[in-house]
Design a protein around this ligand. Structure first.
Ligand code: AP5
Length: 208
């Protein structure tokens, strides 16, 4: 099975949803730069203070801060799923110096569906489980099915911020599709399919 992977795709494509499933099923480490940054912000660290304004606007945090943050967190032998990194060509070039990659999976989704999904996303404050009020609602409003934790809406899931995140993705991150295609590492998945179907297709691509 391919064990060192990148999940690419616009905001809301389902990178976090799929990464959590894949990590649990295959014992791989899930590294989400968005989750790490949100934790830094919540703890009020120096990095969190530097990152917060960029995140609130839906802009990218400067490359060097992200590259320094990810270094030392990648264990090649154990395998990993990168969710939200790399996000720019300089980040992808830096990653090539840090670790080998087996595959980059591009989860494609339209702008319209990105906005629909992200305005209806809710996340558990305690365990991080991801819900959607339209497609995958919790059994009890505002309460996590898995751990009973409180569900909240991310600060950057406001419509105007989502629109900027999508534009930033098109401008800075979409070029990575060609970057990995040229290296023979890219595989495409249609992210508009139901979660289970997307997951089955990714597993088939990984050869498990
Ligand atoms: P980050 O947290 O990485 O946000 P993102 O890339 O915008 O991705 P999302 O977490 O919004 O979406 P997702 O694809 O994981 O979708 P999800 O599974 O939740 O980054 C946040 C910010 O941090 C950035 O804006 C930037 O400022 C900064 N940052 C992070 N990394 C950085 C980097 N490398 N460089 C610079 N800055 C960085 O699913 C979305 C919703 O859809 C959920 O409600 C879910 O339940 C639902 N859903 C998922 N799959 C399906 C499906 N198949 N069918 C129906 N609904 C589905």
């Amino acid at each position: 099975m391919l064990k060192r992977m990148i999940l690419l795709g616009p905001p809301g494509a389902g990178k976090g949803t799929q990464a959590k499933l894949l990590a649990a099923q295959n014992g791989l480490a899930h590294l989400s730069t968005g989750d790490i940054l949100r934790d830094e912000v919540a703890r009020g660290t120096d990095l969190g203070k530097k990152a917060q304004a960029y995140m609130d606007r839906g802009d990218l945090v400067p490359d060097q801060l992200i590259i320094d943050m990810i270094k030392g967190r990648l264990d090649e032998s154990a395998g990993f799923i990168l969710d939200g990194f790399p996000r720019t060509v300089p980040q992808a070039e830096a990653l090539e110096k840090i670790a080998r990659i087996d595959v980059a999976i591009n989860i494609a989704l339209s702008r319209e569906e990105v906005i629909r999904r992200l305005t209806s996303r809710r996340v558990c404050r305690h365990c991080g489980k991801i819900y959607n009020l339209l497609y995958n609602p919790p059994a009890v409003d505002g309460v996590c099915d898995a751990c009973g934790g409180e569900l909240f809406q991310r600060d950057d899931d406001k419509r105007e911020v989502i629109e900027n995140r999508y534009d930033v993705y098109m401008d800075a991150t979409a070029p990575l599709i060609d970057f990995y295609r040229k290296r023979g590492l890219l595989k495409d998945v249609d992210g508009s399919q139901p979660t289970k179907k997307v997951s089955e297709q990714i597993l088939a691509m990984l050869g498990s």
